[in-house]
Design a protein around this ligand. Structure first.
Ligand code: UT7
Length: 332
């Protein structure tokens, strides 16, 4: 029997309407558009402002968009994995809430927490269920409402993040397409540099944790920056070497969008020229789990069947990794 591979056969997304510009951020904290553009490369980001809306609403809209684009009915979905660090609530899983809101009833679902590496960890997980032959249609949602955990009085973190929901469909193929390989890594020691201090079993929410502003992203920027540059570039170079890929063989590098300087350093290390690197950080900022599928969504029309694509991510945990896939379809 021919090998079964898991191919991405569609991409959906949802972006909130509200645009938070650097100019508006400059009225909240002591910063400037020039500093943010030079040091990070972000001009604006989308923020979910609608009362009563949460990560599941962005994920739901993204899945509906995906099902619509791929002509798939909710009943056909076998499984849904949601990568997020901003669940609607600690439990139940946001994946279950999305499945309910979309009307996915013949499936099981769960959340996966790997921060900015969430999409590639969830993609690797979902791939197993397709490759094994067990499932025919698996949805990977990557959605984060970072505005719910961003401290808009901290200039070192508030310019970085945006909100978005994304979803991809994975289906089996016997062609030489889809996810070819992945290398994922973690280093738990890195947790000290990037985390949320309270709200879990270690420090449950209390008046004290609120007064100390411990329910927001805490980041030691430089330590994270250094680890991100070396780890993301190393793992992307490793997967290229493992598959004898030269830079000319790579059609697209799709890096996590945290900082334009990290993206540029990764591309340089891989020898991939700038025109082959997907970048949309300027418009959307760091949407955590959603950045990579949001790039695929944004650049979908430029992708061709058979394109060699390298995904690379780094995030809290520390978590990082790289996926080598061959794009499975042409659009229009
Ligand atoms: O996606 C998850 C992984 N996260 C990342 O990959 C983020 C990695 N880290 C970064 O991208 C960068 O470290 C930051 C963008 C967060 C910060 O840039 P940096 O070049 O590392 O700045 P820094 O933290 O070394 O700060 C340099 C200076 C400081 O002032 P002093 O102490 O030199 O006077 C900061 O207070 O820049 C100051 N600063 C700002 N100034 C104006 C920090 N944030 C701002 C700001 N506007 N928004």
């Amino acid at each position: 029997m021919a090998n079964i591979r898991a191919a991405i056969t569609g991409v959906g997304a949802y972006l909130p309407e509200y645009i938070l510009t650097n100019e508006e951020i400059s009225t909240m904290v002591d910063t400037t558009d020039e500093w943010i553009m030079q040091r990070i490369g972000i001009k604006e980001r989308r923020i979910m402002k609608e009362e009563g809306k949460a990560t599941s609403d962005m994920g739901t809209a993204a899945v509906k968009n995906l099902l619509d684009k791929t002509n798939t009915s909710a009943d056909e979905i076998d499984m849904l994995i949601c990568a997020t660090i901003t669940p609607d609530m600690p439990f139940p899983a946001t994946a279950n809430i999305i499945a309910d809101k979309v009307g996915i009833h013949n499936a099981w679902s769960f959340d996966l927490n790997a921060a900015c590496s969430g999409f590639i960890f969830a993609l690797a997980t979902a791939t197993q269920f397709i490759e094994s032959g067990r499932y025919k249609k698996v949805v990977v949602v990557a959605a984060d409402m970072m505005s719910s955990i961003t401290n808009y009085s901290d200039r070192t973190t508030c310019p970085l993040f945006g909100d978005a929901g994304t979803a991809v469909l994975l289906e089996p193929t016997t062609e030489e397409l889809g996810v070819i390989d992945y290398i994922n890594r973690v280093d738990g020691l890195g947790r000290h540099h990037l985390h949320m201090k309270a709200g879990g079993s270690l420090r449950p929410a209390s008046i004290e944790t609120i007064e100390r502003q411990e329910h927001f992203v805490y980041q030691e920027g430089q330590a994270v920056f250094k680890a991100a540059v070396s780890s993301m570039a190393d793992v992307a170079a490793e997967i290229m070497k493992k598959h004898n890929l030269e830079s000319d063989d790579v059609a697209w590098l799709v890096p996590h969008q945290a900082n334009l300087r990290i993206i540029d350093a990764t591309a340089r290390r891989m020898g991939v020229s700038k025109d082959k690197v997907m970048v949309n950080i300027e418009k959307f900022g760091n949407t955590t789990a959603a950045t990579i599928p949001l790039c695929l969504y944004d650049f979908e029309k430029q992708l061709h069947k058979g394109d060699n694509i390298i995904l690379a991510a780094f995030g809290a945990g520390f978590t990082w990794g790289s996926v080598y896939l061959k794009w499975a379809y042409d659009t229009e």
